[in-house]
Design a protein around this ligand. Structure first.
Ligand SMILES: [Zn+2]
Length: 329
């Protein structure tokens, strides 16, 4: 899983600009599936066909996009104004290095007299230019940037960097595809677009697939850091079976099945109730005539910062539980 992540982490994939990353994933995943296609929103949909005549459709989904910035205006002195794409944590973004898609580097800084520092309006990117004209040689309005990507190993199987949200989910999907030998049902591996701006890609992908069941793989928060809100999810304690978040109540029967399968197969798991946020699960659940949607979350500390931390043991548990679920259906 770590090797897969390493290959993907440096490819910028801000919401709406996922094509390069998805092309790379297509190359890596295609040996393990029967066909790959893209839809009009850019979602990558890889299908492993089921052996049953009346095969059901199981949709597995992880988002390929990441949060970032878009250049909105270039000041006379060459500073680049930006708009956030997705839920930027400006406390974390302040004073970090950013990279534009064309490789131009800069730093994101708050205005000197900035008092609250929470709004994008208070920030600008300094690319080292001294005039608007020289800045425009490198950057134009509409260009996107991200905080520098990285991934490093820490103690045990813990890793840190960005954007682990949701490259780690993509890695889980890839590992499922690699380890799935045969299934009665059609298994769709969807690497979705534009999750960070409102779970948009998963909507059209689900409308196309019309899944009977869906499992979403994304990061979730933990309650195990100093000052964290009480939450029964800890790093390293297993796959987080989502029961609900602010945007979805997962299909109760599927949740119960997942918990039973975890117990029967001795796969470490924990129950997730996230009091904020949402994932593609909500979009898929209400697509078409509705799908039985649930989620296996990968616990993560410091989400949407440059030091997102996950434990690969949890990601492996998500993979194992998903494989048990597919084989059970
Ligand atoms: Zn995410």
């Amino acid at each position: 899983m770590y090797n897969f992540l390493k290959q993907l982490i440096g490819i910028t994939s801000v919401s709406g600009r996922e094509a390069e990353l998805l092309e790379k994933i297509r190359t890596l995943v295609s040996p393990y599936v029967d066909e790959c296609s893209f839809d009009n929103l850019g979602n990558l949909m890889a299908l492993k066909k089921g052996t049953d005549e009346n095969a059901k459709n199981i949709m597995l989904c992880a988002h390929a996009d990441e949060i970032g910035f878009m250049a909105t205006y270039i000041e006379d002195n060459g500073y680049v104004r930006i708009a956030p794409i997705g839920g930027i944590n400006f406390v974390s973004a302040a004073y970090s290095k950013v990279v534009f898609e064309n490789g131009t580097k800069g730093v994101i800084v708050p205005e000197s007299k900035c008092s609250d520092g929470k709004k994008a309006d208070n920030y600008y990117v300094d690319i080292g230019a001294d005039t608007k004209k020289s800045a425009e040689k490198k950057i134009k309005v509409g260009d996107v940037a991200v905080c520098e990507a990285s991934v490093d190993k820490l103690m045990g199987k813990r890793i840190v960097g960005r954007p682990l949200d949701d490259r780690i989910g993509c890695a889980v999907l890839f590992d499922i595809a690699r380890n799935l030998t045969e299934s009665k049902n059609n298994v769709w591996f969807v690497f979705s677009t534009q999750e960070e701006v409102g779970c948009r890609g998963a909507k059209t992908a689900a409308n196309k697939i019309v899944p009977d069941y869906a499992l979403v793989f994304d990061v979730t928060g933990t309650g195990d850091t100093i000052g964290a809100s009480p939450m029964a999810v800890k790093l390293g304690e297993g796959a987080a079976v989502k029961i609900k978040d602010a945007s979805v109540i997962c299909d109760h029967e599927t949740v119960e099945t997942l918990i039973e399968l975890a117990k029967a197969n001795k796969i470490p798991y924990q129950c997730e109730i996230l009091t904020y946020g949402g994932t593609d699960t909500s979009s898929i659940q209400v697509s078409g005539i509705g799908a039985r949607a649930a989620a296996l979350s990968i616990p993560s500390r410091y989400i949407h910062s440059s030091v997102e931390m996950v434990d690969l043991k949890d990601a492996e548990a998500c993979r194992d539980l998903a494989l048990a679920f597919i084989n059970n259906n």
